[in-house]
Ligand binder design. Sequence first.
Ligand SMILES: [Ca+2]
Length: 481
Amino acid sequence: MALPFAAATSQAAVQRPRNVLLITLDDMNWDSLGVTGCAIPGISPHLDRLASESVLFNNAYIMTSICGPSRNAMMTGRFPHCSGSMGHGHQPPPGWTPPAHVTPSLSTCLHDRGFFTGAICKSGRLLDATFDMRFGEGPMGCFFEDRDPASFYKRSKAVLAKAREKNQPFFLYANPVDPHRPFPRTALEKRLCARYEKEFAHRKPKPNIGPPEPDTHYAPEVIDLPRFLPDIPEARAHVAPYFDAVHRGDQCVGAILRALEESGQKDDTLIIFLSDHGMGVPGAKWSSYNYSLRTPLMVRWPGVTKAGSTVDDSVVSSVDILPTVLDVLGLPPVEGIEGRSLVPFLRGKTPPDWRKSVYAAFNYMNDSKLDQYYPVRVETDGTYMYIWNAYLAVEGAPRVYHYANHPLLEVMRRHTDPKLRRRAETFAHRPPDELYNIRRDPGCWKNLAGKAPMATLQHALLRHMKQTGDPLLGLFEKHLG
Ligand SMILES: [Ca+2]
């Protein structure tokens, strides 16, 4: 009798969940949820509820503001140049030394430990992906299922049912494509859907093209304008439909969580939520500013995390996800990675030796060619964000930043307000160094380069680059002089 009792007690003491559910939304700003400060009433009831049951990290950053490499950072626990996933193109890009030490991804770690692994959307560019059940998505999230709550419910159910049938714990990576562009009811959405109607006309069965009509239709006047954008009618009109997509994405998350609840396993499942980077508007996605990198990370570890608590000061990173999951489950860590386990925070403690700042990077846009190469390095301590526009020092790389011709920037360029004209100009032609007080100036308007915190962050960045063999180390040393 004594032995099983002891085993049961120790089981209860560590309270390890059996399953893992990792949910992302695609291209969503950290402050687009009610719980993170969005002023639109009822924008995100399901994620607000999840946050009320979780620890919310208010100082969490993703590694790079484009899908493929950002998701690889979270799934491998590695900086982009360490995993080799730096852009959407071939990995690693030509001219770069492939990483010497290849480590397994989260899906492989869990699969190899007997988990039934499932992915819904956004797994196509993952390195070392090992999924037993995989649902893909249409181009630009233009298939109905990519943004349909009922489809997420059905597909989550399918993964959970299969795991149960096989008597395996599950790892589900579930990724609604909202609020990725095209935003609902826009000309871009209509144009893309018309194009895919033609392209997929002969596929059997023919996919259901065109996202579902959102339940909301927010007027430009009622939205909570992201603070990196100027408050002009054109900006409000451009981003209003984004919030309809946020709301629909939240409904998809609600549907995934409902499938979990109905399986009776919610309190036996570690739930992690985050966005892979900021919205698809220049100044957020494809850049390395606060709106590009900050993410609303929440973690629900039943019986351990204090419901509705927050971690406000310590800076954490998407590379911390893999080590956290393995630590929570009591599985052996992956050695030689950049991420660190967040388990002490989940237990309500701050490790005394926790990092003071995090690294982030941008490398390639859509492929690995030199004309798509915009290397940028970032270090932030959660108060100040230092940005080194490394591409300016790379021979042959573009000098004008990507999307400098975006319609919103064209409007700003022609605006009567000189501040907006300067903003558009700085976006296109960036200075080598940028420094922002992201607490006071979350939209990164006032460049404080040269002020005291810059040297501290430059040193921290240099250390990160040295420790991880960043290929731009030599250029950065030269830049620092
Ligand atoms: Ca994305």
